[in-house]
Design a protein around this ligand. Structure first.
Ligand code: 8YV
Length: 318
């Protein structure tokens, strides 16, 4: 029987469906796999269902030629923790779960835009600390979001879902930066550079994949051209934004605020960032809803099933 390792506890429905098709071992531990565990898993299992934090680096695959494992069906759309070229070099396929994560991640982006613009975290902290002195006409004024300009960095599935919400829900002007033009059924203008987008946006929203190609894309130069009234939102991967440069921009008031769901070294979040009032910090909640996590898990299992049935992979990662 085909042996599968699921590297973390998952919603019951996912395990149930996986067990209906495979001999499944579920690791009852929420910490990422260590290098030795990954190497061992490649030897012991036919397929692995890994996720964020399981760092399948080139080193892990170095001696995996001819090992039992033939596929990594990642739980999540982002796969920057897997060296896909190194996997391919030893004949291991990689798949991910696009589609399943799109709306939930876009929802979190909108939540962070609103929370940052309207100072929701700061207000909640104030109230809980017993420091709210009552309503007044100039209390905690934030930025009005309706009708403003959003600049979306990366107009893939998630970027487009954010754009739709901004246009149809908030009457916002949509600008985006993307390698290719994206035909969408609402007004959206492509801007030639990230810097030009940053300069024109009230909200700069990061929705590009992580990895070497986008590391530090939002650095000091981009932050420097943002408006002092503008907000940065990152729901993509932490290392796309230079955290040190962001802390400097926020603490010097060079931008109005930021909303972050992802960090350079998760789960470490720099004390200097946690100390700031003008930043909203979420613990990577992008897809944290049961039905979404079920859909992601079922999509990963569907990829495993297709692979072992000799069918085309629904969601191959190239
Ligand atoms: C996932 C995400 O829940 O799908 C992704 O890439 O960033 C998340 O929302 C998590 O990273 C597991 O992959």
């Amino acid at each position: 029987m085909t042996r599968i390792l699921i590297t973390r506890p998952m919603p019951a429905r996912v395990i149930e469906v996986a067990r209906a098709h495979f001999e499944v071992e579920v690791r009852e531990d929420n910490t990422p796999l260590k290098t030795g565990q990954m190497k061992g898993a490649l030897v012991l299992y036919d397929g692995i269902l890994p996720t964020l934090g399981d760092m399948f680096s080139a080193e892990v695959f170095a001696e995996a030629e001819g090992s039992r494992c033939r596929i990594l069906a990642n739980f999540g759309v982002g796969y920057n923790h897997i060296d896909v070229a190194a996997a391919r070099a030893v004949g291991i396929a990689v798949t991910n779960t696009p589609g399943a994560v799109t709306d939930a991640t876009a929802d979190i982006a909108l939540m962070l835009m609103l929370m940052s613009a309207r100072r929701a975290g700061e207000g909640e902290r104030l109230l809980r600390a017993g420091r709210w002195m009552g309503w007044n006409p100039t209390q905690m004024l934030g930025l009005h979001m309706t009708g403003k300009t959003v600049g979306i960095v990366g107009m893939g599935r998630i970027g487009q879902a954010i754009a739709r919400r901004c246009h149809f829900g908030f009457g916002m002007e949509v600008l985006y930066h993307n390698r290719s033009a994206k035909p969408v059924d609402f007004p959206a203008r492509q801007v030639e550079s990230v810097a030009a987008l940053a300069a024109a946006a009230d909200f700069l929203v990061v929705a590009v994949p992580g990895g070497a190609g986008t590391r530090g894309l939002i650095g000091a130069e981009v932050l420097a051209v943002m408006r002092p009234s503008a907000h940065l939102v990152n729901i993509a991967r932490g290392d796309v934004v230079d955290e040190t440069a962001l802390i400097a921009a926020l603490s010097e008031g060079r931008i109005a605020g930021a909303g972050l769901d992802v960090y350079e070294r998760e789960p470490e979040v720099p004390e200097a960032l946690r100390a700031l009032e003008n930043v909203t910090l979420l613990p990577h909640l992008g897809t944290a809803a049961l039905e979404v996590r079920e859909a992601m898990g079922l999509m990963a299992v569907a990829n495993l099933r297709a692979f072992f049935a000799g069918e085309a992979l629904p969601n191959p990662v190239e």
